[in-house]
Design a protein around this ligand. Structure first.
Ligand SMILES: NC(=O)c1ccc[n+]([C@@H]2O[C@H](COP(=O)([O-])OP(=O)(O)OC[C@H]3O[C@@H](n4cnc5c(N)ncnc54)[C@H](OP(=O)(O)O)[C@@H]3O)[C@@H](O)[C@H]2O)c1
Length: 252
């Protein structure tokens, strides 16, 4: 499906990368883990924080986004086996329908088609967690989300259909702009599906290296014979210590 562009929200990708384009230290550690986060942030010079605040304020002012998007890779490792959940007597027909028991001004939306994340935080007074699931998401996980009153949308069969999910975020939640703060896996999938409209990269003067270390956009390689996606520069700000905030529109 390729929906009319106006049927989905604008998608803004917002990342922090090293000078070699890495967005994490390796594939084994999540930046949410305290120790990894300390080493990741500990390498930033003092101008990074100001550029991050300026970027956040600019995105808010320009688009008033109501949805932040993340991938499951931010919360669990690729090969992590989630703790088992109790089986359910509810049927697929009952569970594989959107579950939106309440509305909220802002949403923290996570793609988790495999049902791997066990949530300990569901949001606050302003922002609620919502999970994007699909036809292959295990039924016990959907039953678990319902028990926990965690809203979810069902989009796609084997994987979450990102375009259909975005269309649903607009039609069901009124989202006009989604800011993806994900790692390279989800941002790569959005790029390959032609769903990225705008990119903000704050580059820190640090090197990580390592084949397979998550980068700004991962996912499948470019098709043989295909050309890179062109960007139009909107603005570049350079901090006193060499951090760089670059803002682009995806052309055409
Ligand atoms: N520096 C930064 O700004 C930044 C930001 C966020 C995260 N990180 C770091 O980046 C690392 C995680 O990156 P990652 O690439 O492993 O994880 P990721 O970006 O979360 O990528 C995996 C996610 O993409 C989804 N996905 C992948 N291909 C898809 C497709 N074709 N269709 C639909 N969904 C698709 C997966 O869905 P399923 O779950 O359904 O399989 C999963 O939710 C962590 O270390 C994290 O700390 C850094």
């Amino acid at each position: 499906m390729t929906a009319d562009r106006s049927a989905r929200p604008r998608v803004v990708v917002s990342v922090i990368a090293t000078a070699d384009g890495r967005v994490a230290l390796n594939r084994a550690e999540r930046l949410l883990d305290e120790d990894a986060n300390r080493r990741w942030r500990g390498a930033w010079p003092s101008d990074t924080a100001d550029l991050l605040s300026a970027r956040s304020a600019a995105i808010d002012q320009r688009h008033h986004p109501t949805v932040v998007l993340e991938g499951s890779g931010t919360f669990v490792a690729d090969d992590e086996e989630p703790p088992p959940l109790p089986s359910t007597t509810a049927t697929a027909a009952e569970l594989r329908t959107d579950f939106l028991p309440f509305r909220t001004p802002r949403w923290f939306v996570v793609v988790d088609g495999r049902g791997r994340v066990r949530w300990t935080h569901k949001g606050d007074a302003e922002t609620s967690l919502l999970v994007l699931t699909c036809g292959s998401t295990p039924l016990p996980y959907l039953a678990h989300l319902r028990r926990e009153r965690i809203p979810y949308l069902v989009a796609g069969a084997e994987r979450v259909d990102l375009e259909a999910a975005l269309v649903a975020l607009r039609s069901d939640l009124g989202a006009e702009c989604v800011v993806s703060e994900a790692g390279g896996g989800l941002n790569g999938a959005l790029l390959r599906a032609g769903l990225v409209d705008e990119l903000h990269v704050v580059t820190v003067p640090v090197l990580v290296g390592g084949l397979g270390t998550p980068s700004v956009v991962d996912g499948p390689p470019l098709d043989v014979g295909a050309s890179p996606v062109r960007l139009t520069s909107v603005g570049v700000e350079v901090g006193a210590d060499g951090s760089i905030w670059a803002h682009y529109e995806v052309s055409g």
